[in-house]
Design a protein around this ligand. Structure first.
Ligand code: FAD
Length: 428
């Protein structure tokens, strides 16, 4: 049987951060990194916008500010990000403050989907040169904790210590693993919202600040802004019993691609559930299915002009107006998002959009499109045994799947932190 000191599940930023840190701390150790896809599947590969400022991406129940900031410096050492300039921040921040809204000042870089792929290639080659075995198209399965054996699609492998970092895509995998290993977890938080698409002239702040992070009252925030060659995309998720439901997302190509004059960004509200329902996943599934029902299996889209007048958008009236633009997401149904969205979430988001339109006049142009749903499942947060994200004697769980991060840089930082715990354990 194959044997390694460390086995890492997932080649996303959490797995990569852990692999580099393990090699720094123990250059002679043996490492196997398993990836079920052909390459890392998360944000490194899609758009690759990286935020290097606290608290973006760091869940504050797992991180202190000083820790997060110290780890971010270590992340920068590997990623060498070209930081984007920001302009006129004070003007925007003053306007926001008057409306009880905060505009965070963030160090950002944006590589684009094409730039992200180049970065992944470089990082995997660097790991290879350090002697790490990276195996793509090899899927991790069950774990026998006693025997320290991980089943995989290409045979079993024995580990000294195991890091499980399967990302949000690995939600069901991690949940099953935790149930089999009797690891307590919660999944009670979810972000629900819309994606807004408009002409760049209606949201010109993007020329001063690539991905503006506004935090509004009622736990609403802007998230993942894309401009230049920017597109809205559809993602497909499955409920736990296998029924498909759509969610939207956005991305942009690097500056080498021709710009299309459009901007898109998410407006998300964080929902924290208590009792009797405490599963964000189950709640999101029901909302996703409801949207799919109304959209004939597709997400819904509505022009702001129709929404304001309380009318649904229709296929016949959706395009061909002097002030409109074609939606970049074609596989989407014109309709009425207020039929699908819970009132509390819709009210909070619409109020925040009005605030945003006061800070950046124009974003509520009648031609602006609102796509629904955009769903961000947080994670199955395990109960960690210590600060290194250890869940069992020889098992660690980190990254977006385990709720220790919500973004590329914090996921990388989580991997570093887990690696430090894994080394400490194997020396103890
Ligand atoms: C479309 C999209 C765009 C995004 N854009 C951005 C962005 O621009 N900026 C940003 O900061 N964040 C972005 N994010 C979020 C970002 O991707 C995550 O925060 C980050 O990638 C989390 O890192 P991770 O290592 O925890 O998981 P991931 O990056 O998701 O990596 C986990 C890896 O594990 C693999 N895996 C899962 N299960 C198994 C298994 N059983 N066996 C083997 N391998 C497995 C998956 O294929 C995946 O490659 C985006 C996410 C998505 C989905």
């Amino acid at each position: 049987m194959q044997k390694y000191d460390y086995v890492l599940i997932g080649s996303g930023p959490a797995g990569l951060g852990a692999a580099f840190r393990l090699k720094e701390l123990k250059p002679a150790c043996t490492i196997l990194m398993l990836e079920k896809g052909s390459a890392s599947s998360g944000g490194l590969r899609n758009d690759c916008k990286m935020n290097f400022s606290w608290p973006i991406g760091f869940p504050e129940d797992n991180w202190e500010r000083s820790e997060g900031e110290a780890f971010l410096e270590k992340v920068i050492e590997h990623l060498h990000p070209p930081i984007k300039e920001t302009r006129n921040m004070e003007i925007y921040q003053n306007r926001a403050r008057r409306l009880d809204t905060e505009l965070l000042s963030i160090r950002q870089s944006h590589l684009g989907t094409d730039g992200g792929l180049e970065l992944i290639k470089r990082l995997v080659a660097d790991l290879g040169a350090l002697g790490v075995d990276v195996e793509t198209r090899r899927e991790a399965g069950d774990v026998d904790e006693e025997a320290r054996v991980l089943e995989t699609s290409a045979g079993p492998v024995q580990f000294g210590a195991l890091l499980v970092a399967p990302g949000r895509q690995g939600f069901n995998y991690l949940q099953r693993l935790m149930e089999n290993l009797d690891i307590p977890y919660v999944d009670h938080i979810v972000d629900i919202g819309i994606r807004v698409e408009t002409r760049e002239e209606n949201y010109p702040i993007v020329k001063d600040y690539y991905d503006p992070k506004f935090h509004f009252p009622d736990r609403v925030r802007t998230f993942c802004t894309n401009s230049g060659a920017a597109h809205v995309v559809r993602e497909k998720y499955l409920t736990q019993d296998g029924r498909p439901f759509p969610s939207v997302n956005g991305h942009a190509w690097s500056e080498n691609r021709e710009a299309n004059g459009l901007v898109n960004f998410a407006m998300l509200k964080t929902v924290r559930l208590t009792e009797p329902l405490a599963s964000g996943q189950r709640y999101a599934e029901m909302l996703g299915l409801q949207a799919a029902l109304l959209g004939g299996g597709q997400p819904l889209m509505q022009r702001v002009g129709d929404f304001r007048l309380g009318k649904r958008s229709t296929a016949a009236g959706f395009n061909h107006d002097l002030y409109d633009f074609e939606p970049t997401l074609k596989a989407c149904t014109p309709g009425d998002i207020s039929l699908a969205m819970p009132a509390r979430i819709l009210r909070a988001i619409w109020k925040s959009m009005k605030i945003l339109d006061t800070i950046i006049p124009g974003v509520l142009h009648p031609g602006t499109i609102m796509y629904y749903p955009e769903i961000k499942l947080y994670a199955n947060k395990p109960r960690f045994r210590d600060g290194s994200f250890r869940v069992r004697d020889r098992i660690w769980a980190a990254g977006d799947g385990a709720g220790t991060s919500r973004g590329i840089t914090a996921a990388w930082a989580s991997g570093i932190r887990a690696a430090e715990g894994m080394v400490k354990f194997s020396e103890g």
